[in-house]
Design a binder for this molecule. Structure first.
Ligand code: SAH
Length: 262
């Protein structure tokens, strides 16, 4: 099913100038014209708003240039419902249908920045990840961002409706390196393994053993899980030749990691 693509809101262009009453010839010259934003195409307008979002992300502490570039490149407004397009670049999560949400830009950027801190990329500030697995495709936004920092992206979604929506959303971007899979992401996707990084957009009781098995040596998992106080927090799992290292980070709020497909 293809939905009409939301166009960028007209609201972003300033209102047309108020009519200026005719002045006598002696009147002082008119003020210099405002920059020609009015004639900007929607694509240009969305680029400006996205650049502001990126500035805000940097001010919030996202420092990795690769992440900021990727966040600046992906048109987030193309992934949300047309009624929500005006909020596409605000730092907020938004509904994407079937009770699910697209994560806030800040959370997407933070998690991808953490992924790029994988042991195998240590000391390579311009390095790219190899194959990445994402659990919870949702609308496909994060998969598109990941494609800017990784060689291949395998993204799994358990809800057929969202899997298809992501497919439609991503089609115009022609991202040959993004592979969308319908399935239970708790099992991972062994055929694409080993992964340089694994990122989950839904939180479970714990990180499934399959993900750890499918992670490459030198790779990193970033996922929301139950925290010791019963809430939800990000966990980082690094795999090296000596084994697994696990760290809990800040509290987060993700939709639950569920089993089976629907
Ligand atoms: N990364 C997404 C965020 C989607 S929200 C985006 O950019 O839009 C999390 C998604 O995880 C939901 O779509 C939910 O259906 C999915 N999910 C939950 N449990 C899952 C599982 N076991 N396997 C695959 N997807 C799952």
């Amino acid at each position: 099913m293809t939905r009409p693509r939301p166009t960028f809101p007209v609201r972003l262009t300033p209102a047309s100038p108020a009519p200026v009453p005719a002045r006598p010839a002696a009147a002082k010259p008119p003020m210099p014209a405002r920059p020609a934003v009015v004639s900007a195409t929607p694509a240009m307008a969305s680029e400006a708003v996205r650049a502001r979002m990126v500035q805000k992300l940097a001010a919030q502490g996202i420092a990795d240039a690769r992440v900021l570039r990727a966040m600046g490149a992906v048109e987030r407004h193309r992934f949300v419902d047309s009624a929500l397009v005006n909020q596409a670049y605000e730092d907020t999560s938004l509904p994407i249908g079937l009770g699910q949400t697209i994560s806030k830009p800040n959370v997407v950027a933070r998690m991808i920045e953490l992924l790029l801190g994988a042991p195998a990329l240590a000391g390579q500030p311009q390095g790219r990840l190899g194959r990445v697995m994402e659990i919870g495709t949702g609308c496909g936004y994060q998969a598109a961002v990941l494609s800017h920092v990784a060689g291949e992206v395998y993204s799994i979604e358990r809800l057929r409706g969202l899997h298809e929506r992501a497919r439609a959303n991503l089609r115009p971007f022609r991202l040959a390196t993004v592979h969308l899979l319908l399935g239970d992401g708790r099992l991972g996707y062994a055929k694409g393994a080993p992964y340089a990084a694994i990122i989950a957009a839904a939180g479970g009781e714990d990180v499934p053993a399959e993900w750890i098995e499918q992670l490459a040596v030198g790779g990193r998992i970033v996922a929301p899980t139950v925290s010791p106080n019963g809430g939800q927090a990000l966990v980082i799992i690094d795999k090296n030749v000596r084994g697994i290292q696990r760290r809990m980070l800040e509290a987060v709020h993700f939709v639950p990691l569920k089993s089976g497909i629907a």
